[in-house]
Design a protein around this ligand. Sequence first.
Ligand code: 3HC
Length: 343
Amino acid sequence: MEARDSVGTIAVIGLGTMGTGIAEVVARHGFAVRAIDIDDATVSDARQRIEASTDRAVARDKLTVSERSEILDRILFTTNLQECLTSDIVIEAVPENLELKRQVLGQLDGLLPDRVIWCTNTSSLSVTEISTAVSQPSRVVGLHFFNPAPVQDFVEIVRTVVTDDEVVEQIRVFAEQIGKQAVICEDKAGFIANSLLFGYLNHAASMFEQKYASREDIDAAMRLGCGLPMGPLALLDLIGLDTSYQILDTMYRQGRDRLHAPSPILKHMVTAGLKGRKSGRGFYTYAEPGSPEIVADDHVAKRDASDVSVRGVNAVGVVGSGTMATGIIEVFAKVHHRNHGFG
Ligand code: 3HC
């Protein structure tokens, strides 16, 4: 893909899970990127993760070797905040802490061209409160990505009462250019998706804590029973338990909705360093930090059926004739057909 020189550069500040994914997707769509974090180790980790992700894309014939190197060449990984001074768009993706976000934006205020658009990837904080850290709050919007940012083709654009219409439109076009479908929402805690999602995730954590069912069974219920791509506990691990706790805490403080009062287990796990996939352990244990591969641990649901004798089933009676009864009859008829053929 051609580099989009005319648009200038996009700065992504904060290279955690989300910032790294955002830097990758922006570079993959042809933009020059300044990928910035204050911590050397975080910057080098982000580089490695983007190298690994683009490597995987080459192995799966999704990118050519030369496209991969063009993408990597487009990204300047740095700890120097000054590198973003010529950027047209700044995307702030530092941890979910209001003071920190305001500090990052405030530090750059007045140093970038007037045309700059400030985006914050906050998941739940008030974009309005973040926006007053710069002298032109009308040029600040929320640009909320979903994890994994290179995969989820959706963003929420959050406008405040003072955001310029022109800024919202420019970011809508930018979202389209990086392959994301955008919706525009008001500055309300959790916007649309998190507001709906996190009550459910929190409830799943509480069910696990109360030993309602095993983690595997809770996840299977939603994955297989409800057709979601992953179960809630695996999703909490993917999002990060620290991030999830912060989002719930912010939403609870703002709305006082009991559904968002963080389940105590989240705080305990975060305090113990179990942050989910990124730390190698959360509700599940992973092959290594950052790996999606779940490995066996002490909490695997024990199902030793060796002592139980199971009688063969020859016939099943289904009582009822509604949608569910008809579906259940169909399931058994298919098994019978597979085992015995017609007749
Ligand atoms: N980074 C980059 N790419 C990734 C990735 C990651 N972390 N995880 C998976 N991928 C890519 C794979 O490389 C693969 O790409 P390809 O099709 O080009 O080869 C593709 O995604 C599919 O991956 P897999 O085949 O390994 O696995 P799945 O088909 O099971 O998909 C999933 C994995 C995309 C994570 C899917 O399970 C899913 O969509 N889960 C739900 C995620 C979700 O709900 N996200 C929103 C969370 S809320 C949020 O982010 C808001 C924030 O404020 C907290």
